[in-house]
Design a protein around this ligand. Structure first.
Ligand code: THU
Length: 131
């Protein structure tokens, strides 16, 4: 699947975001090694700290379906290429044995996308190998 198709899937998922507090919808699409794509949208909570980001929603959906290996992630939201928050970087890192795991960061609309990697997003990371 092309980066553009994965970004499109993230943009579709973004339409289902539940974000009455921030009004900042985000979508994510995760390509599993099986070839299946799992999507997520942010889900907010009146107790703000309970908010779930789109990336972790997509990861949870994939893991629940039995997936453990992933090939790429796309996220979409805002006016400029949206990069994952720190908590999402850490959870993504858990499943990104390949540190060159691609992360396609897109705005809600337009062509201005940032293609990066988990290595660049979370350098010197802590992980299972450190335990
Ligand atoms: N959010 C995401 O879903 N992913 C990100 O990468 C950044 C932030 C959500 C959380 C919250 O619902 C809203 O965007 C504003 O922070």
């Amino acid at each position: 699947m092309s980066p553009q198709n994965l970004i499109e899937a993230a943009r579709m998922a973004r339409k289902n975001a539940y974000c009455p507090y921030s009004r900042f919808p985000v979508g994510a699409a995760l390509l599993a090694a099986s070839g299946k794509v799992y999507t997520g949208a942010n889900c907010e909570c009146a107790s703000y700290g309970g908010t779930l980001c789109a990336e972790r929603a997509a990861l949870a959906a994939a893991v629940t379906a039995g997936e453990r290996e992933f090939l790429a992630l796309a996220i979409a939201g805002g006016n400029q290429p949206l990069t994952p928050c720190g908590i999402c970087r850490q959870l993504l890192s858990e499943f990104a044995e390949n540190r060159d795991f691609p992360v396609y960061c897109a705005p809600a609309e337009g062509e201005d996308c940032l293609h990066t990697t988990i290595r660049a997003l979370l350098p010197h990371s802590f992980g299972a190998r450190d335990l």
